[in-house]
Design a protein around this ligand. Structure first.
Ligand SMILES: Cc1cc2nc3c(=O)[nH]c(=O)nc-3n(C[C@H](O)[C@H](O)[C@H](O)COP(=O)(O)O)c2cc1C
Length: 179
């Protein structure tokens, strides 16, 4: 796929099923993530891969969090099964004089986007999700995040179940001005 086509045609998909990327394809996706712009080369991120049994573990974690928050436990329990694979991207900011935390979190965000694009380029699709679970202290603790770390995204990946490609070209006039 041509690079510009990838940038212009990329779209998300919420209806995903097997097959999911694995082996060399998955490694390529992770490598694309690790090429995210990174001020100071701090590597302020890490990836938690969730598939197979991991999805059931994540489901249990979401259910516990929903229960504690008096939310919809069954809905929370089902969420991880919306794709055969979830890549949790964790921002892990490092103390630094010149690189503020926001830049390090942005770098982790770039990582999510790069991995979604790498999946798309290989014929898969995905969707970047957060929602309350991304910010829930119970979820963060059970997934092993340290106090200073943040979940910037649950990147759901798999094969698209939707044949119609959404067309969402925005007019640049609305968003671009000239100085
Ligand atoms: C930080 C972030 C968090 C998001 N969280 C959610 C989410 O929890 N649920 C959801 O349906 N879409 C979420 N989205 C939006 C989707 O990833 C996607 O961009 C949106 O559905 C538009 O589709 P498109 O990427 O094809 O334009 C989020 C996007 C970003 C950047």
């Amino acid at each position: 796929m041509k690079a510009l086509n990838l940038l212009l045609e990329r779209h998300s998909c919420a209806r995903l099923s097997a097959p999911a990327p694995e082996g060399a394809e998955l490694e390529t996706i992770w490598q694309a993530g690790l090429r995210a712009p990174d001020h100071g080369g701090l590597h302020p991120w890490r990836i938690l891969h969730v598939s197979g049994e991991g999805l059931s573990k994540l489901s249990d974690i979401f259910a516990v969090a929903a229960e504690q928050n008096r939310g919809d436990v069954e809905k929370a329990r089902q969420m991880p099964f919306r794709a055969p694979l979830i890549t949790v991207v964790i921002a892990s900011p490092k103390p630094h004089d010149k690189v503020p935390e926001i830049e390090q979190v942005l770098s982790a965000g770039c990582m999510v986007h790069a991995m979604q694009m790498a999946a798309f380029a290989q014929g898969y699709n995905g969707i970047w999700r957060t929602g309350p679970m991304a910010y829930d202290p119970i979820v963060k603790q059970k997934l092993g995040l340290a106090e200073h770390e943040h979940i910037v995204g649950f990147l759901y990946l798999g094969s698209s179940q939707i044949s119609k490609v959404p067309s969402r070209t925005l007019s640049t006039d609305q968003f671009v001005s000239w100085l």
